[in-house]
Design a protein around this ligand. Structure first.
Ligand SMILES: [Zn+2]
Length: 259
């Protein structure tokens, strides 16, 4: 069963450009080889960043193609182990020079098997990880602190800490399926405790807006905690704001998949 392939010709400039911009130090999304991006291709395969490659210097050859459906079949089998997954993510063709999909490719595959979407990005922004490593981790982003946060991030999904790889992949799949079952849409932002974020959107602009707004929302919280505590937007005001036609349209444009 071939789950992973290498075909740089199928990796487009939009994915490479997005990856490089997220990798820039001023965005504070990742350092070194942290984080990964993916794009869904027309045949349902996803191009996802290879392990060890940096987002900041990503090239077309730094992505591998995986079949999300086959990967999730493997993840779902009771006999699956971390070693089995690691082997499945390895490209066997010699011209790939040993490239392997990031172990966090499971996160990208999970999203696609819940509902197809064009882009997924997973990063580790310093300020967001700070909040997600604090006693407020689970509750911090439940209620928005300001109106633009509500528009860009929508209703976030929190996933408790699990070891990256198979363990996180399975927990992430369960929590995302529960969110989908409850709301009938994908979240724009998933918060991974003691780890980072997952941004989900049909557009490059949407991914960058979500990642940037997640950093701002975290900084606002850190400032508010230092100033005595966070006072969120009043619930009634938030819901009526989001129901306004122009605001609902903007939210829809950012997510591409949700309102
Ligand atoms: Zn990560």
């Amino acid at each position: 069963m071939t789950i992973t392939r290498w075909d740089p010709a199928r990796v487009d400039d939009d994915l490479v450009g997005l990856s490089r911009r997220l990798g820039k130090s001023r965005a504070d999304q990742v350092i070194l080889a942290e984080g990964n991006t993916s794009k869904r291709l027309s045949d349902g395969l996803i191009a996802v960043k290879a392990s060890g490659a940096s987002l900041a210097n990503a090239t077309h050859g730094d992505f591998v193609l995986i079949d999300p459906r086959l990967l999730m079949e493997l993840v779902g089998s009771v006999s699956c182990t971390q070693e089995v997954i690691s082997e499945a993510l390895q490209v066997t063709a010699p011209e790939s020079e040993g490239r392997r999909a990031s172990i966090e490719a499971i996160i990208h595959a999970v999203v696609q098997t819940v509902h197809a979407v064009r882009y997924v990005a997973h990063t580790h922004p310093t300020d967001v990880v700070a909040v997600l490593s604090s006693p407020q981790a689970e509750s911090a982003f439940v209620h928005p602190a300001y109106s633009d946060e509500a528009v860009v991030l929508g209703e976030t999904l929190f996933v408790p800490y699990a070891q990256p790889g198979l363990e996180l992949g399975r927990l992430f799949a369960a929590r995302l399926a529960e969110y989908w079952g409850r709301l009938g849409r994908l979240p724009s932002l998933v918060l991974l405790q003691n780890h980072g974020i997952v941004a989900i959107s049909d557009t490059v602009d949407g991914i960058e807006s979500i990642c940037g707004m997640a950093v701002k929302a975290a900084r606002v919280r850190l400032g508010a905690y230092a100033a005595g505590g966070l006072v969120s937007l009043p619930e009634g005001s938030r819901s009526t704001y989001l129901e306004r036609t122009e605001i609902a349209e903007r939210r829809s444009q950012i997510s591409g998949v949700a309102r």
